[in-house]
Write a protein that binds this ligand. Structure first.
Ligand code: MSP
Length: 658
């Protein structure tokens, strides 16, 4: 395989249902790494597709009263549409009903049969429809399928078998000699554990009389191929096999990564590896088994339980890019994760609206307001800027190593270290103060440094959030070609700082916020919970809590809870044009746009004392005009009529105060 090529696959998905977040998870992960390598100049092949044969699909077709081929043709539309929606840039979408794939499967069967590696036998076993495979008596748990807990059926049948048992020792030796073959490490140990028991031969056919929806066995037309034997071969038929002179084959095999869920590890690690050994085809470089997304209560997501998360709903309400970001950032690839909408909202607001969105918006709006609509030239560059450049170098190296090892959350955490440092740098350097003091040189340096941070982050985010990253780069006057150049410049960097020299003179465009903040779950999602909530309990006698008299100042906790308090940083302040006691401020409360807040604090504070102070703001007060100037919130202060101090808090803008 050419050194600069990269081949990645997802499982091919059963077309007995529509895609949900579990499927989207693998596919987004594959897309992100494929995009990364493309951006990095590699020739990439990203293969995904649909698994269209077998009993489950046939039953679904019957349920819909459709011919199986008509059913699969219809279902494929949903899968392709979902991947288009999620911005999945696959290079090829394979279907196991494709003629080339069928020919490949039949060619392989014939070859293994001719080589004496496939034989006919009569077998009795416990068949689980839910996973389309036979189990032995001792595999069963309480007489049920050990994987799904579904009932199994004892079946005696004549079938064809692949001599898988003969490859056991070779497989164990391969796993031991190649520690990176199955990842994460814990999964490799699981497979080795499985291989401690003698490996049996694999039943690779189904009699047509029982289940006819599959690829016909070329040497016995009474049988079709077992769906897993058929499906696994997609990984090679998708790059030209069995034509080993094919340019695709020579460019891309052996595959770099098979991404799979942990539930399909055995079929890959054992069936697929031994099939390849039998065919004398080099083994994959790595099979990476990721964890599962569980529903809120820790149970598996399933249609019948009605707890499947709709990927389109997330994309509609929060955007495709935020959805992609969430899945890659929230949990380690390999671990299980519990999905909740609240968790999604929290992650969105913290990382996207507050950290990244705020950094971009602040750096662009302050810069265009005070320095014009081009990225400024640096003034003198000091220690703080050198530190940001060093940090970017560190973030780049950590990001690269992590993403290439499919540790997406680690890669994004490294990048966010820089985003947060960018926000902190603004807070420390206080550009509003520099502007007020007329320190234009220094102001240019600070604004430019933050813009370079944004552009740097934008490039590295292209694989994860392709549209938002492009939008961010666009705001800084960068296109994708420049982003690609920037990445090669980074790749050439052996170590040390990033030079931050890309943007001078670029047109800046503040535009709309990248990630508008959500105060609460979007109505379409909130409604799901209303529908699910329990019917109201029968009325119970109310405890005798003394009621506040109508003229009392006491309020209930529920009433107090309505007051939303947040941390804010004063960005600028000036005297009120029409009132001596009032000060007019711009306050960053973690939103894309600072709030205008008018407060009666002039008796105690001169406007120039205020920028940079970290205060507490009531953010859900109805906006009002105070002596003709709009006030969009209220700050908390101590003192009666005469203010003695501001209530301050050492927290990032937007942090909830309670
Ligand atoms: N058709 C087989 C794969 C054949 S590959 C040669 C199959 N299809 S599937 O549609 O049932 O599942 C495909 C993938 O989705 C599996 O990797 C599975 O782990 C993954 N997921 C299904 N539900 C999931 C979650 N809730 N969470 C994460 N991934 C999950 O198996």
């Amino acid at each position: 395989m050419a050194e600069r090529s990269f081949y990645i696959t997802t499982p091919i998905y059963y077309v007995n249902g529509r895609p949900h977040i579990g499927h989207a998870y693998t596919t987004i992960a594959a897309d992100a790494i494929a995009r990364w390598h493309r951006l990095d100049g590699r020739t990439v092949r990203f293969l995904t597709g649909t698994d269209e044969h077998g009993q489950k699909v046939l039953e679904k077709a019957k349920e819909r009263g459709m011919d199986p081929k008509a059913h699969v043709d219809d279902m494929v539309r949903h899968w392709k549409a979902a991947w288009d929606r999620m911005e999945i840039q696959y290079d090829h979408f394979i279907r196991t009903t494709d003629p080339h794939h069928i020919a490949c499967v039949q060619g392989v069967l014939q070859r293994l049969y001719d080589a004496g590696l496939i034989y006919k036998d009569t077998y009795t076993g416990w068949y689980s429809k839910s996973v389309e495979r036979f189990w032995t008596e001792k595999d069963l748990i309480d007489g049920k399928c050990p994987e799904t807990g579904q009932p199994v059926e004892e079946i005696t049948e004549t079938n064809y078998f692949f001599k898988m048992s003969g490859f056991q020792d070779r497989l164990v030796a391969h796993l031991e000699a190649n520690p990176g073959y199955i990842r994460p490490e814990s999964r490799k140990n699981e497979v080795l554990g499985f291989l401690r028991r003698p490996l049996e031969d694999l039943c690779i056919s189904r009699p047509k009389a029982r289940m006819g929806w599959g690829i016909e066995i070329p040497f016995d037309t009474e049988f079709v191929t077992y769906v897993w034997f058929d499906a696994l071969l997609n990984y090679v038929s998708g790059v030209g096999y069995p034509d080993t002179d094919d340019v695709l084959w020579n460019t891309f095999w052996p595959v770099d990564f098979h991404l799979i869920g942990k539930d399909i590890l055995t079929t890959h690690a054992v069936y697929w590896s031994t099939m390849l050994m039998a065919l004398d085809v080099p083994l994959p470089k790595c099979m990476y088994a990721h964890g599962w997304w569980m529903s809120n209560d820790g149970s598996k997501m399933s249609k019948s339980l009605g707890n499947v998360i709709d990927i389109n709903l997330l994309a509609d309400e929060f955007g495709v890019d935020a959805t992609r970001y969430f899945f890659l950032r929230e949990i380690a690839f390999g671990a299980d994760g519990g999905f909740t909408y609240d968790g999604f909202l929290t992650r969105y607001n913290a990382d996207l609206a507050n950290d990244l969105g705020n950094l971009a918006h602040r750096s662009l709006s302050m810069s265009t307001k005070w320095l014009g609509d081009q990225a400024p030239a640096y003034g003198e560059v000091g220690e703080a800027e050198e530190a940001m450049r060093e940090l970017a170098g560190v973030a780049y190296r950590e990001y690269r190593t992590a993403i290439e090892g499919l540790q997406y959350n680690k890669a994004l955490t490294a990048l966010w270290g820089l985003v947060k440092a960018g926000n902190k740098y603004i807070d420390t350097e206080q550009p509003w103060r520099l502007n007020r003091d007329g320190s234009v040189e220094r102001l240019r340096t600070v604004m430019r440094t933050v813009q370079e941070v944004c552009a740097f982050v934008g490039v590295l985010l292209l694989p994860v959030m392709p549209n938002k990253a492009k939008e961010l780069l666009g705001k800084l006057g960068q296109d994708e070609r420049q982003a690609r150049d920037a990445l090669s410049a980074l790749a050439a960097l052996e170590g040390g700082p990033v030079s931050f020299d890309r943007l001078e003179g670029n047109p800046l465009n503040v535009g709309d916020p990248l990630f508008p903040r959500f105060r609460e779950l979007p109505p379409r999602i909130a409604k799901l919970f209303e529908a699910e909530s329990e019917p109201p309990a029968p009325p119970t006698p109310k405890p005798q809590v003394p009621k506040p008299s109508p003229d009392s100042d006491t309020i209930t906790f529920d009433a107090f809870k309505k007051v939303q308090l947040r941390a804010g940083t004063i960005l600028s302040a000036e005297k009120h044009p029409n009132a001596d006691k009032l000060v007019v401020m711009k306050v960053d409360v973690g939103e894309e746009r600072p709030r205008n807040i008018v407060a009666g604090i002039a008796n105690r504070f001169a406007p120039e004392d205020l920028p940079g102070r970290k205060i507490v703001v009531v953010v859900n007060l109805a906006p009002t005009k105070l002596r003709g100037v709009l006030s969009e919130g209220m700050l908390l202060a101590a003192g009666g009529k005469e203010v003695v101090d501001l209530v301050t808090v050492d927290a990032e803008p937007g942090e909830v105060v309670r």
